[in-house]
Design a protein around this ligand. Structure first.
Ligand code: MG
Length: 252
């Protein structure tokens, strides 16, 4: 099932994706998914990020092929960092390229949406805490990332966290094709079987550090082929079984 969060006539809804429409659900999808009888045409909705996180936790180097590309040793444990919820945007919203920043990159990533509170979750229980999977673009001001010791500035500008369009609730995340297209040209092309740390391992590891809340987003790192975007470009993140997240870059 594909879950959508959207606005329609100035109201915010959650829904289930049907062929050409969205079936509205009652409240949010974290506890129970209760479909109503209301259907809204897909062309008349504005996509919103399909999660309402208290925090967005991302993983650094997590693809073997990306580590090889960078000539780096495989990490022994996940490297994690945060983005603020104020960086979130949805499908078809614009990424704002900050004027004073000289280089902004895309990073296609598979992200998890958490559906219930959890702390110290064992790996074999992680699936009980996951609502589903979505596409995320870990937009990064690369020169600032290299210049600052902490990555917070480089990763946290408003609009630097596109997520969506949907959350797929039934998906095996261990062998999915993941791609990025810049202006329609394929730039990243890998499979999640190249993960150094599996989704279950990453979620369990992070839950040992911080309590997870419903709506939190955990992203799992990017494959090889990251690169620069410029104002006027369109960037798309596509993950098998989920869909394609599309955003345009505009000057701030
Ligand atoms: Mg990343």
């Amino acid at each position: 099932m594909k879950i959508v969060r959207f606005s329609y006539k100035k109201e915010v809804f959650w829904g289930i994706l049907k062929r050409n429409s969205v079936r509205v659900i009652k409240d949010d999808p974290y506890k129970n998914i209760k479909p109503t009888k209301k259907h809204i045409d897909l062309t008349s909705i504005k996509f919103l990020p399909p999660a309402t996180p208290s925090k967005i936790i991302l993983t650094g180097l997590n693809y073997k092929d990306h580590a090889i590309e960078l000539g780096m040793k495989l990490p022994k444990e996940p490297v994690i960092f945060l983005k603020p919820p104020s960086a979130l945007i949805g499908h078809e919203e614009d990424i704002i390229y900050p004027k004073a920043v000289r280089r902004v990159d895309y990073e296609a990533e598979l992200a998890v949406v958490i559906k219930k509170e959890g702390k110290n979750i064992p790996e074999n229980k992680v699936d009980d805490y996951i609502l589903g999977y979505t596409c995320l673009n870990d937009v990064t001001a690369r020169i600032l990332q290299q210049k600052d010791i902490q990555w917070t500035r480089a990763k946290s500008f408003d609009t630097f966290c596109p997520v969506g369009p949907y959350v797929e609730t039934s998906l095996d995340p261990s062998r999915l094709k993941i791609k990025a297209y810049l202006n329609g040209k394929l730039r990243q092309d890998s499979v999640t079987s190249s993960f150094i740390f599996t989704v279950r391992y990453v979620v369990s590891f992070i839950s040992g550090i911080m309590s997870l809340s419903c709506g939190d987003i955990i992203s799992t790192g990017t494959p090889p082929g990251v690169g620069e975007m410029n104002p006027g470009d369109t960037i798309e993140v596509e993950i098998e079984g989920i869909g394609r997240l599309r955003n345009r870059v505009v000057i701030g």
